[in-house]
Design a protein around this ligand. Structure first.
Ligand code: FAD
Ligand code: NAP
Ligand code: SF4
Ligand code: FES
Length: 808
């Protein structure tokens, strides 16, 4: 006979409540009939990631933790948009705002917190918002489209993340803070000042030590007036001045509360069979506002509800990381100097690195890191264990350890019990065991299996380093080859590109900082690769970092073994004119070039030009760059075609010129060559080109992935098309798909072998929506390219620095 399930009701469909249910489903899936109430209209989502939704690096769908199917699959009855208004603890029933009444045997209250809205005059005006849920996020996204100026009240974690998000959305943002230092609850004045300077550099403005007296405006917010009489004009205000546990329901229902709902060490409230978990609780006089303690509470509560023996909850020592790209700040335990504490400090204002440890007696009780947070998990561990300072630990912290030790060495040295994922409380040992036991090979697999990385995502670089440490050469990073990235990181190409997208990283420095590069300067392998990936992902925003390009690309010419350069002007489709030829000849004579050579791609190459002459040569030639030095479209070779050839069925010259003019100047993962032939006799040798085109009676054939280099490869037929426009459209989609998915320096021939011709066909030929989206993206990127020779001529500083070796 089937046992009758007990009724478990959860009020609050948020992170702590649902985490408790997830544990229960693992421990005793048959034990409860579960009902969940949530005021919001969504299934359970990752509130932490709201900061990323705001800054645009995550969509709303991407932050859903458990979708509607999850509730169905686990037999959970979910009432969204439904607020529980009263708990009848005598009748053991909850009552909701829509009249629904549901009985319980056990009840969990997980109602979270509410943002503190300062009760100053004007706080109810339209244009004042909190930042707590998806609805707030929508308000902020809409506001940014219509208004220009924003003010954020509160310079804590939430305020700074909100401010950076609004800045990314194009608003002018001022952070108003009550105190003299930002994040004064987590940072000491030195770290706070470094943080402020970096955020100012990123574009935020600050008003410190300002107390809001009034918000003014007639129809909606127009500005803020401060106690000192000064004012700030603004169109929008976000209140991020702290949170207050959401205790109204418990209080109304006669359950004991102070600041939060009072719970004991087993998360029991004052009412029988009623438990509370998350931000709404007060445990040993402490209310928490970060997920790590809430998940710890959830695990203990779940065990207790499933009759599994559990330790009691004794409180959590907190540590924090700010989720703003390009800013690495970490703080754990105590963080302010005081006479009874011993301070160990290291400050480097040039590299912008700050490290501090605090000792009470000889015991480590807290610390702060800025700029390099590689030591964060060790520091957290020392504080959690109350470790005694020793000569060894001192050298580890102050010596070369954190900065110069490779990532692999660092994870190798981590103790098994050291916590890697602070949010979910997962140690290095459990990740290593999971990798070995379940044969895990990627960060995502580790996340699914252990939960590490599921919350803020900040531990992913360390998880990748552990995978590298355990698997050695077998670790390739997200299933894709690591080529294109180097020993500076254990992350693979796909992981790096995904994180750049997810976190909206826009500079090489940011990528290295945020993704925990073990060499903070990077190397000659990763810098050009990152410069390419950033430019490919953010064509409008990314500022090309010339110093990260290979020398030929930096100089816009190919260096030769004698130190001189070659100059190859653009000749679209290999066609030139007598006037151009005359100019080329005159330049060759004037600058005494060593040789004029016809290249394999039908261009003219002036070999042996001195570095200092390059700008003048380009100026005299008055022709665009032929990009013979670049990871970009080099040449489109053409045959004579139907304009003149007896056999020609298609105008290969016109098509070659059109393709070259359409796709020139765009950065590619590697050099790229094309050819166009007027008939299958193939005089321009399409079969060894990245894109080779062959005319036939009914239209064109498009071949891809050919190569005539060290590893020759004959191109594959991608498709046949009837019109010129369709040919250009498919070529564009192909190029963009290659740009987005290839590893840096991977030629189309290798890329095609890796991803497969069928998959490429599907993406760029068959799926018409995708084809058009790819074309949209390549057009957007093409709109941003510029002619490099004329830019170099026009920019006096570049010209002097690069070509005349004059320091400016
Ligand atoms: C933008 C942002 C960024 C953050 N970033 C981080 C971070 O990087 N790291 C970190 O550790 N923490 C972060 N936090 C804090 C973290 O999100 C919270 O600590 C966590 O979500 C709290 O979980 P909870 O379940 O207690 O509350 P919540 O997740 O708020 O869930 C409570 C739910 O209960 C619902 N509810 C309330 N009353 C009722 C009722 N009477 N009936 C029905 N439903 C009700 C609410 O609508 C809400 O959906 C961030 C918070 C925000 C807002
Ligand atoms: N990365 C993360 O971990 C992260 C990110 C976002 C949110 N969160 C969590 O979400 C919760 C809410 O964050 P929060 O930043 O709002 O809380 P918070 O950490 O309490 O910070 C609020 C800040 O606003 C200041 N403030 C208060 N009144 C003000 C006023 N009138 N004018 C100007 N400033 C004022 C506070 O100063 P006083 O100290 O003087 O009160 C405090 O520094 C917290 O629990 C936080 O931990 C975490
Ligand atoms: S490929 Fe055909 S059209 Fe082109 S030159 Fe050769 S024979 Fe003529
Ligand atoms: S540290 Fe936040 S998810 Fe791991």
């Amino acid at each position: 006979m089937a046992t009758v399930r007990q009724k478990l009701v959860l009020v609050g469909n948020g992170m702590a409540g649902i985490n408790t249910i997830e544990h229960i489903l693992k421990l005793a899936p048959e034990r409860y009939e579960i009902t969940v109430f949530g005021s919001e209209p969504h299934p359970n989502y990752n509130r932490i990631m709201l900061s990323y939704v705001l800054e645009g690096s995550k969509t709303k769908n991407e932050i859903i933790l458990n979708d509607w199917d999850w509730y169905n699959a686990n037999g959970i009855t979910l009432y969204t948009n439904t607020t529980v208004t009263h708990i009848d603890t005598a009748e053991r029933t909850v009552h909701a705002d829509n009249g629904l009444a549901v009985a319980y045997d056990r009840l969990i209250i997980a109602t979270g917190s509410n943002p503190i809205i300062l009760p100053v005059p004007g706080h109810e005006l339209p244009g004042v918002a909190g930042f707590r849920d998806l609805a707030d996020c929508d308000t902020m996204l809409e506001t940014a489209q219509r208004y220009r100026k924003a003010a954020v009240i509160g310079g804590g974690l939430l305020g700074l993340e909100a401010a950076k998000g609004l800045l990314n959305l194009g608003m002018e943002v001022t952070v108003i803070h009550l105190m003299a230092d930002l994040m004064e609850r987590q940072l000491d004045p030195i770290a706070a000042a470094m943080l402020k300077a970096e955020l100012e550099r990123q574009g935020l403005a600050f008003l410190m030590e300002k107390q809001t007296a009034e918000i003014y405006g007639s129809e909606r917010v127009q500005g803020v007036r401060f106690k000192d009489g000064s004012e700030l004009d603004t169109d929008f205000i976000v209140m991020a001045a702290g949170i207050r546990p959401n205790i109204g329901l418990a209080e109304r229902s006669g359950i004991a509360v102070k600041r939060g709902i009072i719970v004991d060490d087993l998360m029991r409230t004052s009412a029988a069979d009623v438990y509370a978990v998350g931000e709404c609780v007060e445990h040993r006089n402490v209310c928490y506002g970060l997920v790590a303690p809430l998940f710890e509470q959830a695990a203990i509560l779940a065990k207790q509800l499933c009759g599994v023996e559990t330790k009691s909850y004794e409180g959590t020592s907190l540590s924090t990381k700010l989720k703003i790209s390009g800013v690495d700040v970490f703080s754990t335990g105590e963080f302010l100097d005081s006479p009874e504490l011993t301070v160990i400090r290291k400050q480097d204002d040039w590299k912008k690195i700050y490290k501090k440890l605090l000792l009470r007696g000889n015991k480590i009780v807290g610390g702060v890191l800025y700029g390099d947070v590689a030591d964060s998990s060790r520091m957290q561990q020392w504080v959690r264990e109350g470790a005694e300072m020793t000569e060894g630990l001192y050298t580890e912290f102050m010596g070369q350890s954190g900065e110069t030790m490779s990532a692999a060495d660092r994870v190798a040295q981590m103790a098994d019990e050291e916590i890697v994922c602070g949010c979910m409380g997962i140690s290095k040992g459990s990740i290593v065991d999971a990798i070995k036991q379940h044969g895990l090979t990627s960060v995502d697999e580790v996340k699914t299996c252990t939960g590490a990385g599921r919350s803020c995502g900040g531990c992913k670089p360390t998880v990748a380093n552990i995978l590298q440490h355990v698997l050695g050469d077998q670790y390739t990073g997200a299933g894709a080859s690591k080529a294109g990235i180097c020993d500076c990181t254990a992350l693979g190409r796909d992981e790096v590109v995904n994180e750049i997208k997810r976190l909206h990283l826009t500079t090489i420095k940011e990528v290295m900082n945020v993704l925990g590069w073990n060499n903070p300067e990077g190397c000659s392998k990763c810098r050009p690769a990152l410069n390419y990936y950033l430019g490919m992902l953010w064509p409008e925003e990314h500022e090309d970092e010339k110093e990260s390009r290979f020398v030929n690309e930096r100089m816009n010419a190919n260096i030769q073994k004698d130190g001189t350069y070659t100059v190859v002007p653009r000749m679209y489709g290999g066609v030139t004119t007598p006037q151009e030829l005359k100019r080329i000849a005159e330049v060759a004579v004037k600058y005494d070039v060593k040789m004029v050579k016809v290249t394999g791609g039908q261009r003219l190459d002036l070999i042996g030009v001195g570095k200092e002459d390059l700008p003048a040569v380009w100026q005299d030639l008055d022709m665009p760059s032929g990009y013979a030095y670049a990871k970009s479209l080099r040449t489109v070779k053409t045959c004579v075609g139907s304009q003149f050839c007896r056999f020609g069925t298609q105008d290969s010259i016109a098509m070659g010129i059109r393709l070259e003019k359409t796709f020139e100047r765009l950065d590619m993962p590697a050099k790229l060559k094309m050819a166009v032939n007027g008939c299958p006799r193939n005089c321009a040798e399409s079969c060894t080109k990245d894109i080779g085109i062959v005319g036939n009676d009914g239209g064109w054939e498009l071949y891809v992935g050919g190569n005539g280099g060290i590893k020759p490869r004959i191109a594959d037929l991608l498709c046949r098309v009837k019109t010129d426009d369709e040919l250009v459209e498919i070529a564009g989609a192909f190029l963009q798909h290659y740009r987005e998915t290839a590893k840096y320096l991977e030629r189309t021939s290798d890329w095609l072998e890796r991803v497969g011709l069928d998959s490429i066909k599907q993406q760029v030929v068959d799926d018409l929506d995708n084809r058009s989206a790819l074309n949209g993206r390549i057009q957007a990127a093409l709109a941003d390219v510029e002619e490099p020779w004329s830019s170099a001529i026009a920019e006096t500083v570049t010209r002097k620095q690069l070509y005349e070796d004059i320091k400016i």
